[in-house]
Ligand binder design. Structure first.
Ligand code: ATP
Ligand code: MG
Length: 197
């Protein structure tokens, strides 16, 4: 069983995440891709985010009943700062019966920060590390990393948050269920009474 591990703040998850996971799954012959929302990302410390429970729920809504993907709640349940090395250890225990091989999927931004990650060598000993190209030729990759071709989708969670705050639609950028969830919970509004919020 080959299992992709796709981590992020997913604040909120968008269709760029979904298509990247699909492309990586096909290119790398993955049986399953786990979306792993962080509790708190050590390198995004201090930044406000939607509550972890809401981000996990939006990941669940994004995946729906697609059998190729699953939401993994280990980091949200663990709380505190989320370190991938701890998560991989937990996943290895959880999937030990399936002789699982793990493939860590990183965006270019995450790959660039990888040298600052805790226990990078241990991570590399537990998982293949692959960098999503997003339609570009891969730049120089750190030792032990290889590129995986994925299409370019120019959507970021930052843009989705900015649009929600400005009262603009995010339809097509996030799944309909996520758009409805954001509206129902009033996520990403600075104040309660703002256009669209
Ligand atoms: P933010 O704008 O808040 O940084 P984001 O859109 O980059 O959010 P993250 O949760 O930070 O989303 O990203 C999780 C993972 O998905 C990272 O590895 C990131 O590189 C990757 N990723 C983000 N957006 C895309 C996209 N449009 N296509 C492919 N991969 C993406
Ligand atoms: Mg990002």
């Amino acid at each position: 069983m080959r299992i992709g591990v796709f981590g992020g703040s997913f604040d909120p998850p968008h269709v760029g995440h979904l298509l990247a996971a699909q492309d990586a799954a096909e290119a790398l012959a993955l049986d399953l891709v786990l979306f792993v929302p962080t509790s708190a990302q050590p390198l995004k410390a201090g930044r406000e985010s939607a509550p972890a429970g809401d981000r996990l729920e939006m990941v669940r809504l994004t995946i729906g009943d697609d059998p190729r993907f699953a939401a993994e709640s280990a980091e949200v349940e663990r709380g505190g700062l989320s370190y991938t090395v701890d998560t991989l250890r937990a996943l290895r225990r959880k999937w030990s019966d399936d002789a699982a091989e793990f493939v860590l999927l990183l965006g270019a931004d995450a790959a660039a920060q990888f040298p600052q990650w805790k226990d990078g060598d241990v991570i590399r000993s537990m998982a293949e590390v692959r960098v999503l190209t997003r339609g570009e030729a891969p730049g120089r990759l750190a030792e032990g990393m290889e590129a995986v071709p994925t299409r370019r989708v120019d959507i970021s969670s930052t843009e989705v948050r900015v649009r929600v705050r400005a009262g603009k639609p995010v339809r097509g950028m996030v799944t309909d269920h996520v758009a409805a969830y954001i509206a129902a919970r009033g996520l990403y509004c600075l104040t309660e009474r703002q256009g669209g919020c």
